[in-house]
Design a protein around this ligand. Structure first.
Ligand code: ATP
Ligand code: MG
Ligand code: FE
Length: 354
C-alpha cells in the first residue's frame, strides 16, 4: 500500500509518501517538512492564524514535491491520509480539506489520522516494532505515557494536567530571553550550569499514577529569575541546569510508575520496549537518563530518528497505511477535531490539550 500523508496540526507543514509492504515493512519514499519556526519566533510561540495561513501557502508545493520525490502520480496511490486532530483547528482544516479533495478527485480512500497515533506507530515504520509497547511522548503540545496495544488500541497511563514538557522548556527559555524554540538553548546552557543551585519543585513525584504537571516548576523558575534580578550568563546556566534536573526527576518518577503498570498489564512480554518520541526526545541529558532507566528496569529503549520524532507527514501516511491494511477508511464527511484523545476511556485532564 502506498499513501500520501499530510500534516498541518501545528507549526510544521509536511507531506510524505510512505509504502507499507505486504510483510508489514515500512518504506519512506518521500518526506518533506517545512518548519514555520521563523514565522512564529518573533512572538515567542505558535500563533494559530499565522500557522493556518502558512499551511495554505505551502501545502500544495510540498505535496507536489513529495509526489515528485516518490516519482508517483496521484493515480498510483492507494490512499490519502491527513491529520484530523488534535491540534490547531485552522491548520487541521487546511490539511484535511486538501486530502479530501485529492481523495475525491482521484477516487482514493481517505484516512483521517489522529496525530498522536502517528507518533505512537512510528517505531513500527522505522523498525517494525511488535505490539505491545510503552510510549513516552514529550513534545511542545503533548506529554503522555501510553500503552500501545494495537492499531487503534491505546491505553493512556498518564498525561500532563497543565503544561506540556516542551512548553515548559520554551517558557523557561522565554523567561531568560533565550529565544524560541527554547529546548535546544536551555539544554546548551544547562550543560554548563550547576543543577543544585536552585531547589526547584518536582511536581507529582511520589504520587500514584503517571500524570505530569509542569506549571509549578515554571512558576518556581520565574521566581528564581526574578530573585537574581537580571540573570547573567552564570545565573541563566544554573537556572537551566536546575530546571532540567527537576524535569529529569519528574520523568524518572512518572516513568517508573508507568513501567510497573505496563508490566502488570503484560506480564508475559519478555523484553518490553519503551519508545520515546516528540521534540523533547532530542535532549541529550534526558536521553541519557532514559537509557539508564530503561536498562535498570529491563526495558529495551527505542528512539526513532529525531526527524521522525518531531512532527512530520511520514508518520501520518504510515498510520493511515496501518489502518488501510486492516480495511479501514474514513468518510469524506469526517470533521477535523481540535481535541481528540487517543484513549477514549481516559478522563480528560483539567486544562490539558487532549
Ligand atoms: P506537537 O503537536 O506534537 O506537540 P510540537 O511542534 O509542539 O508538536 P515537536 O516539534 O515534536 O512539538 O517538538 C518541539 C518541542 O520540543 C519544543 O517545545 C522544543 O522546545 C522542544 N525541544 C526541542 N529540542 C529540545 C531539546 N534539546 N531539549 C528540550 N526540549 C527540546
Ligand atoms: Mg513543531
Ligand atoms: Fe507532534
Amino acid at each position: 500500500l502506498t499513501l500520501l500523508g499530510i500534516e498541518t496540526s501545528c507549526d510544521e507543514t509536511a507531506a510524505a509518501v510512505v509504502r507499507r509492504h505486504r510483510d508489514g515493512r515500512g518504506e519512506i519514499l518521500a518526506d518533506r517538512v517545512l518548519s514555520q519556526i521563523a514565522e512564529h519566533a518573533p512572538y515567542g510561540g505558535v500563533v494559530p492564524e499565522i500557522a493556518a495561513r502558512a499551511h495554505v501557502e505551502h501545502l500544495d508545493g510540498l505535496i507536489a514535491g513529495a509526489m515528485a520525490d516518490a516519482g508517483l502520480t496521484f493515480g498510483a496511490l492507494d490512499g490519502v491520509a491527513a491529520t484530523a486532530g488534535p491540534g490547531l483547528i485552522g491548520g487541521l482544516l487546511v490539511g484535511l480539506t486538501t486530502a479530501k479533495a485529492i481523495a475525491l478527485v482521484h477516487d482514493k480512500p481517505l484516512l483521517a489520522v489522529n496525530h498522536l497515533e502517528g507518533h505512537a506507530l512510528t517505531p513500527r515504520l522505522t523498525e517494525g516494532l511488535a505490539f505491545p509497547y510503552l510510549l513516552l511522548l514529550v513534545s511542545g503540545g503533548h506529554t503522555q505515557l501510553l500503552v500501545v496495544e494495537d492499531v487503534g488500541s491505546y491505553r493512556r497511563l498518564g498525561t500532563t494536567i497543565d503544561d506540556a514538557l516542551g512548553e515548559a522548556f520554551d517558557k523557561t527559555a522565554k523567561l531568560l530571553g533565550l529565544g524560541y524554540p527554547g529546548g535546544p538553548a536551555v539544554e546548551r546552557l544547562a550543560a554548563a550550569g550547576d543543577p543544585h543551585r536552585f531547589a526547584f519543585p518536582r511536581p507529582m513525584t511520589g504520587r500514584d499514577g503517571a500524570d505530569f504537571s509542569f506549571s509549578g516548576l515554571k512558576t518556581a523558575v520565574r521566581r528564581a529569575a526574578q530573585a537574581v534580578g537580571t540573570p547573567d550568563e552564570r545565573d541563566a546556566a544554573d537556572i537551566c541546569a536546575s530546571f532540567q534536573a527537576a524535569v529529569g526527576d519528574c520523568l524518572r518518577d512518572r516513568l517508573g510508575h508507568a513501567m510497573a503498570a505496563f508490566r502488570a498489564a503484560h506480564p508475559r512480554a519478555p523484553s518490553p520496549t519503551l519508545v520515546v518520541a516528540g521534540g523533547v526526545a532530542a535532549n541529550r541529558a534526558l536521553r541519557a537518563m532514559l537509557e539508564t532507566m530503561a536498562r535498570e528496569n529491563g526495558f529495551a529503549l527505542s528512539m526513532p530518528p529525531i526527524r521522525l520524532c518531531t512532527d512530520n507527514a511520514a508518520m501520518i501516511a504510515w498510520a493511515g497505511a496501518e489502518r488501510l491494511a486492516r480495511g479501514e477508511a474514513d468518510d469524506l464527511t469526517v470533521a477535523a477535531r481540535a481535541r481528540w484523545p487517543l484513549d477514549p476511556d481516559a478522563a480528560p485532564a483539567p486544562g490539558a490539550g487532549v
